[in-house]
Design a protein around this ligand. Structure first.
Ligand SMILES: NC(=O)CC[C@H](N)C(=O)O
Length: 337
């Protein structure tokens, strides 16, 4: 009978990459001071025996790092492994455990390049497993529960943190000291409670099956850099980034991606030299950059990142540049994804 129940459960693979969910501190009081990326995936799975009630789970240690150090090469490696698993008939869903610092970037990257409707869930934690009131166990349980559910199919890459199901495209780490760290300006897609998912809305942007990008066709990612802006900003960083080979510079601008008059001429010159200038916003709760508002983008041939924050704009720009260097095409992609 036990074998029968096991057969009915979905097969979920957990790809572990590190982060606080695999972190360890010296004492249970250490909720914020600890080392990330210490505990292996087998131990993480063994720590949540309830996982076996929602899925047949197996783990793979893809890497063991803190996510602030994830490179483009790491992204491609992870993306390729996810695609292989998604193509396997005996895999129903994939969970990726990840540090929270760049979790939103990896989730958005996978959302753009994975050609599958199987659930892909990226999950992390804000406290290490050794801390009092650690949040990783429940976040992981929720991730596996969502990954094993049929309703999660075709909804793009998802993130389960703090009982919420978020779109990997929209979600961002908004605070680094609370367990309710991950928010989306447009709200969560649903909730996961005691292993059951409750859905409220669907992503409207192109993703996964409906995306024109495919990890299998991406050999490498071009260099795209971010320059943080403010009123008294100088053009030193913009120029240096271009000189070091950046194909596009994400302007992490104020407000509506606005650009200080101190650097407008330099950004125009960089565009003339072939560098794509992409206006984004570093507004905290989520920017909303509109074309030809604040700056004449048509005249300067600049692109706007719309609601993508600078780090997400960088991900889309890298993926988009593998296909085109036409600024009009890039702008179309920034509206559609
Ligand atoms: N909460 C976390 O996961 C942060 C730990 C670490 N900086 C990382 O992103 O991997």
């Amino acid at each position: 009978k036990e074998a029968q129940t096991q057969q009915k459960l979905a097969n979920v693979v957990i790809l572990a990459t590190g982060g606080t969910i695999a972190g360890a501190g010296a004492s249970a009081a250490n909720s914020a001071t600890y080392q990330a990326a210490k505990v292996g995936i087998d131990k993480l799975i063994a720590g949540v025996p309830e996982l076996s009630q929602v899925a047949n789970v197996r783990g793979e240690q893809v890497m063991q790092i803190a996510s602030e150090s994830i490179t483009n090469e790491n992204l491609l490696q992870l993306g390729r492994r996810v695609a292989e698993l998604a193509d396997s008939a005996d895999v129903d869903g994939i969970v990726i455990t990840h540090g929270t610092d760049t979790l939103e970037e990896t989730a958005y990257f996978l959302n753009l390049v994975e050609k599958t409707d199987k659930p892909i869930i990226v999950v992390g934690s804000m406290r290490p497993g050794t801390a009092m009131s650690a949040d990783g166990m429940l976040n992981l349980y929720n991730a596996v529960a969502v990954a094993s559910s049929k309703e999660a199919r075709g909804k793009g890459v998802l993130v389960t943190m703090n009982d919420e199901i978020q779109s990997g495209r929209d979600v961002s780490k908004m605070i680094n000291i609370k367990t309710e760290a991950f928010k989306s300006a447009w709200g969560p897609l649903g909730m996961v409670v005691e292993g059951k998912s409750y859905w409220f809305r669907l992503p409207a942007k192109r993703h996964t099956m409906d995306s024109e990008f495919d990890i299998k066709n991406i050999k490498s990612l071009p260099d795209v850099e971010i320059a943080y802006s403010y009123g008294n900003v100088s053009d030193t960083a913009y120029k240096a980034l271009a000189q070091s080979g950046a194909k596009a510079i994400i302007h992490a601008g104020t407000g509506n991606g606005s650009v200080s008059s101190r650097v407008v001429p330099s950004l125009q010159a960089l565009r003339k030299d072939g560098v794509q200038i992409i206006r984004s916003s570093h507004v905290n709760a989520g920017g909303f950059v509109l074309r030809n508002a604040e700056q004449p983008d048509d005249k300067y041939d600049w692109v706007v990142a719309h609601d993508l924050n600078p780090q997400k704009a960088r991900i889309l720009a890298m993926v988009a540049l593998t296909k085109t260097n036409d600024s009009k095409e890039l702008q179309r992609m920034f509206w559609e994804y």
